[in-house]
Ligand binder design. Structure first.
Ligand SMILES: Nc1ncnc2c1ncn2[C@@H]1O[C@H](COP(=O)(O)OP(=O)(O)OP(=O)(O)O)[C@@H](O)[C@H]1O
Ligand SMILES: [Mg+2]
Length: 375
């Protein structure tokens, strides 16, 4: 926490630094809901963020400053999210101990569970619950988060270089879950039903976040580089186009409609090109589905509780790829719904156009701001 403590009426700022875009949302709590007071996004200079990791902090700082000029955000204390291959989330079972004791012990326990050196990592944890084994051992479930120290340092540098202060660093996927599901606890079908869990798939440009949530708590997270940029690259490669040309075709054409008898193609793309685009996208999406399947299956074999994942919530700008939801529904044999991060957010008229246009992309910034208010 910074020097300012956010009281219940204070506005909090969520800053989502992504591979393509930086987004900011400022909100204050209003009962069980939130009121948005600022929202904006800027493009990230090419190459400054790679697969969710900041590689050119100065350049990101300059973009953040630009974002502050444009957005009307008031304040300097921000909550950011991190999401890339250098943040890992693991659910681990340990013999029961008190929180204070675990704080000391986690350094020694963690190495068995994370792929990075503990000395090079920043660790955090959340105790999810405790239970007795059949042989009467008292155990607990701990959600361990490990983040590569230098990766975090680059994020801190980018934020401070823009003249801001860091209030909190969150795991981006936790912010996504908070925005989409935070208010739902209590009337979920799986609430109380220990055999079912929800998958949350957030597709953006550099990364896809695959998260499994049980009774409102994220219990598994995996970051994959199979995301929007990969889909665009596949089109660029097969048609020998620039990235921007391929991007435009991707958005226009999308995947074929799995249900429809005849496909509706955009009028300004010839049929042969559209078919090549769709074939390239289909190949990528099949890999994408296989990757998600592996993650979900892995989770189900690790956990003692959930046996099925019946519902998938899909979000992120990349979720707008035409017919992606239908492909996932078929490929994963689960009910796929598009997530809505705005169910608990009042958006004033002046912000409606920008927020509505970015309804799928705004979720992380919204969830980070919610977290900053203490929600
Ligand atoms: N209508 C659309 N159809 C298909 N893809 C789309 C559409 N709109 C946006 N996208 C894709 O969404 C991606 C951009 O997502 P977003 O701006 O959320 O990424 P980011 O937050 O900057 O990056 P990341 O979170 O991966 O670090 C791009 O790959 C873009 O092609
Ligand atoms: Mg993003």
């Amino acid at each position: 926490m910074g020097p300012l403590s956010f009281g219940s009426s204070s506005a909090a700022i969520g800053l989502d630094i992504g591979t393509d875009h930086i987004r900011v949302a400022q909100m204050r709590p209003a009962g069980a809901n939130f009121v948005l007071s600022a929202y904006a996004m800027v493009d990230v200079p090419m190459g400054a963020v790679v697969e969710g990791e900041i590689v050119a902090p100065e350049s990101v700082s300059a973009s953040i400053k630009e974002l502050w000029r444009r957005s009307g955000v008031k304040g300097k204390d921000v909550s950011i999210g991190v999401s890339n291959q250098k943040v890992v989330v693991r659910l681990i079972d340990l013999p029961f101990m008190e929180r204070a004791e675990l704080e000391g012990a986690i350094q020694y326990q963690a190495q068995d569970y994370i792929p990075m050196a503990v000395e090079e990592s920043i660790l955090d944890f959340q105790i999810i619950g405790d239970y007795m084994t059949s042989s009467d051992e008292h155990m607990m479930e701990v959600l361990l988060v490990a983040a590569h120290r230098e990766m975090i340092a680059a994020a801190v540098q980018a934020v401070e270089g823009a003249g801001l202060r860091l209030n909190e660093i969150d795991v981006s996927s936790f912010a996504v879950v908070r925005a989409l599901m935070g208010g739902e606890a209590g009337f979920f079908p799986e609430e109380g039903d220990a055999s079912s869990a929800t998958g949350v798939i957030h597709v953006s440009s550099g990364i896809t976040n695959i998260t499994v949530v049980e009774r409102g708590i994220p219990r598994f997270n995996r970051v994959s580089a199979l995301a929007g940029n990969q889909f665009t690259h596949a089109i660029a490669n097969v048609l020998n186009l620039t990235f921007d040309e391929a991007e435009s075709l991707k958005v226009k054409v999308g995947l074929p409609d799995v249900e429809a008898a005849s496909s509706q193609l955009p009028i300004d793309v010839d049929e042969q090109t559209a078919q090549v685009v769709q074939e390239a996208l289909e190949r990528e999406v099949n890999k994408f589905i296989a990757e998600i399947r592996r993650s979900l299956d892995y989770y189900l074999t690790q956990t003692s509780q959930a046996r099925t994942i019946q519902r998938i919530i899909l979000t992120g700008s990349g979720a707008q790829l035409k017919n992606l939801a239908g492909y996932l529904e078929k490929g994963l044999q689960a009910h796929v719904v598009l997530g809505d991060p705005l169910t608990r957010v009042q958006v004033p008229a002046n912000l409606q156009p920008v927020v509505t246009a970015d309804r799928m992309g705004c979720v992380t910034a919204i969830g980070l701001a919610m977290g900053g208010t203490g929600a």
